[in-house]
Design a protein around this ligand. Structure first.
Ligand code: GDP
Ligand code: MG
Length: 593
């Protein structure tokens, strides 16, 4: 049986518990990568991943171990990227669950373990970093047994750094993770679980064959997209891309089929043979649901088309980004984009700027609201400008999360304060051991997306960890705040906030703008208003002198230069309510602190 010696697995772990380092060791130990070519986090190929030291895109690689073929799928561990993890898991029969032997179980360890169980995967648990002086493997093996039900004596002990125990881990993988099932003679069913756009080759997809054989000469039917494409190349990553003649059941590789339209090879797509199609597609993935939204605008209005193209390409690589054109009176033409979370938003923006050479302004992040109208209708509000006027509004609902926080017990008080100040309600509190606590809260998503994670980390010296999942909707007293310059509302600065926070938001925004807006020939009032009511106000005082008076008596060329410069600066100004607002003021005012 050719399948008997195949093992497909993901390494899952809380961020920083050592997934990428373990992948490095495995590549080295199996001879896939020469020790001389080895660099840290070999599979983290994106610049941003290397700089931030986190894994964003799952990569997959084939290695050999004692007569077995192992497909190894490295996964991202950050809470925003749960979707990537779940896609990777659908291509596997098992996981290696890594736990830092000096930290123990963290919030995403739990989330990953539950996900693996949901997919019915074999879990091989390993304590990592046993080389650290602070490592306490006995204690954390007991914790894993208690919390996850994995017998302590089955938990491996390794150091991904020194390589200790890694060979034994690979042995355990071959022994305990079941081989894939599948029929070579059945019609082809292959699952695309990742795709990216390559400038030269078009769309490159990662594929796991479940049934049938994916051959290099095949004409393929993409079942969900309803399109047909000829295979250009199939191959495996060793980790260098290496073409092969075919991929059989249970095998993982890459597929290039001359696809240029980025929307046609989405993750979750099933490929089959056009001449002998499978009756059914494989169970697809659920579409990831964006949780956080913001407007992205090119600083240079001429870059709008380039931004659209960049978003199209990026979306293939990262199906969790959504975007829709929108127009702002203040910022011009741009897109309202949806993201899985704040880190995701930051990374997408950074990738757009870096990989596509764009300069962007991002508006303040917001969540999606459901507004119920007095006439019985309901509208989805992704943007403060879509908020119905108060007289038409019956009620408004906001999305909630169930947040799970794991922390040393000494921080219980400060964590409860934090959650309460963010309108959280406690669901449960449980001790995982004498010094470790699990806190579960229901909390509005809007409160979490702002800076909750940072606040949590700083209050607990980095020791608390957070995971969350959507938990329905609740009615809340939410209001839209407008910011007016010289009496004219500036859409880019509007926000939807809880009534209790409106005053604070208004004060902060008007103060910030007072500092950012240059003096004009007249006094400029800056106001924050809810409905028609002004809740905060600042004034930029008129300037006394014009530019030229500064160089009174100076020579004429200098004056001309100054005028020239002023003219150029003006091009980058927006005129709002007769007020000249420099582009830079928008960028600064919208920056999160
Ligand atoms: P990931 O976020 O799970 O991919 O974690 P990384 O592999 O990026 O590792 C996070 C940090 O832990 C890095 O600084 C690694 O060098 C370090 N690390 C990983 N494994 C070990 C280990 O076995 N021992 C020690 N001392 N450090 C490790
Ligand atoms: Mg990593």
């Amino acid at each position: 049986d050719p399948l008997a010696r195949i093992r497909n697995l993901s390494i899952v772990a809380h961020v920083d518990h050592g997934k990428s380092t373990l992948s490095d060791r495995i590549l080295e130990l199996t001879g896939a990568v020469d020790a001389r070519e080895m660099r840290e986090q070999y599979l983290d190929s994106m610049d941003i991943e290397r700089e931030r030291g986190i894994t964003i895109k799952a990569q997959n690689v084939r290695v050999g171990w004692k007569g077995h073929t192992i497909h190894l799928i490295d996964t991202p561990g950050h809470v925003d990227f749960g979707y990537e993890v779940s896609r990777s898991l659908a291509a596997c029969e098992g996981v290696v669950l890594l736990v830092d032997a000096a930290q123990g179980i963290e919030a995403q360890t739990l989330a990953n373990a539950y996900q693996a169980l949901e997919h019915d995967l074999e879990i091989v648990a390993a304590l990592n970093k046993i080389d650290l002086p602070a490592a306490d493997p006995d204690r954390y093996a007991a914790e894993i047994e208690k919390v996850l039900g994995v017998p302590a004596d089955e938990i491996l002990r390794i150091s991904a750094k020194t390589g200790a125990g890694v060979a034994e881990l690979l042995d355990a993988v071959c022994e305990r993770i079941p081989p894939p099932k599948g029929e070579a003679d059945a019609p082809l069913q292959g699952l695309i679980f990742d795709s990216y756009y390559d400038q030269y080759r078009g769309v490159v997809s990662a594929v796991r064959v479940f049934n049938g054989r994916l051959g290099s000469g095949a004409r393929l039917r993409f079942m969900q997209a309803g399109r047909t494409h000829d295979v250009e190349e199939i191959g495996v990553r060793l980790p260098a891309t290496t073409p092969v003649a075919s991929l059989g059941p249970g095998e993982v590789g890459y597929l290039i089929a001359g696809i240029k339209d980025v929307a046609e090879a989405r993750s979750g797509e099933t490929v089959t043979e056009a001449s002998r199609p499978a009756p059914e597609p494989l169970a697809g993935y659920q579409d990831p649901k964006p949780m956080v939204f913001c407007g992205l605008y090119p600083i240079d209005g001429d870059e709008f088309a380039a931004l659209r193209e960049a978003l199209e390409k990026l979306r293939l690589n990262d199906a969790s980004v959504t975007y829709q054109p929108e127009t702002s009176g203040a910022l011009g033409f741009g897109f309202r984009c949806g993201f899985l979370g704040l880190l995701h938003m930051e990374i997408v923006r950074e990738r757009l700027e870096r990989e596509f050479d764009l300069s962007l302004i991002a508006t303040a992040p917001s969540v999606e609201y459901r507004a119920h109208l007095t006439d019985g209708g309901t509208v989805e509000v992704h943007n403060p400008s879509e908020m119905p006027p108060p007289q038409k509004l019956e009620s408004i609902e906001e999305p909630y999360l169930q947040a799970t926080i794991l922390s040393p017990t000494e921080y219980t008080g400060t964590l409860m304060d934090l959650c309460q100040s963010r309108r959280g309600e406690m669901v449960r509190m449980e001790y995982l051991g004498p010094e470790r606590l699990e806190l579960v809260y229901r909390i509005p998503l809007a409160e979490v997306v702002m800076d909750f994670f940072d606040a949590l980390k700083s209050r607990t010296k980095g020791y608390a960890s957070l995971d969350y999942e959507p938990a329905g909707w609740e009615t809340a007293e939410l209001v839209k705040i407008d910011v007016l310059l010289n009496g004219v509302p500036v859409d880019a600065f509007s926000a939807i906030v809880h009534k209790s926070q409106a005053q604070e938001y208004g004060r902060r925004m008007t103060e910030k703008l007072r500092e950012l807006i240059p003096r004009q020939m007249f006094d400029v009032p800056i106001q924050a208003a809810v409905g028609g009511r002004i809740i905060a106000r600042e004034t930029v005082k008129a300037k006394r002198k014009d530019v030229l008076s500064k160089c009174y008596g100076g020579d004429i060329t200098r004056k001309r230069k100054l005028l020239e410069k002023q003219k150029e600066g003006k091009k980058r100004m927006k005129n709002i309510g007769r007020v000249e607002v420099p582009q830079e003021a928008f960028i600064q005012a919208l920056r999160l602190e």
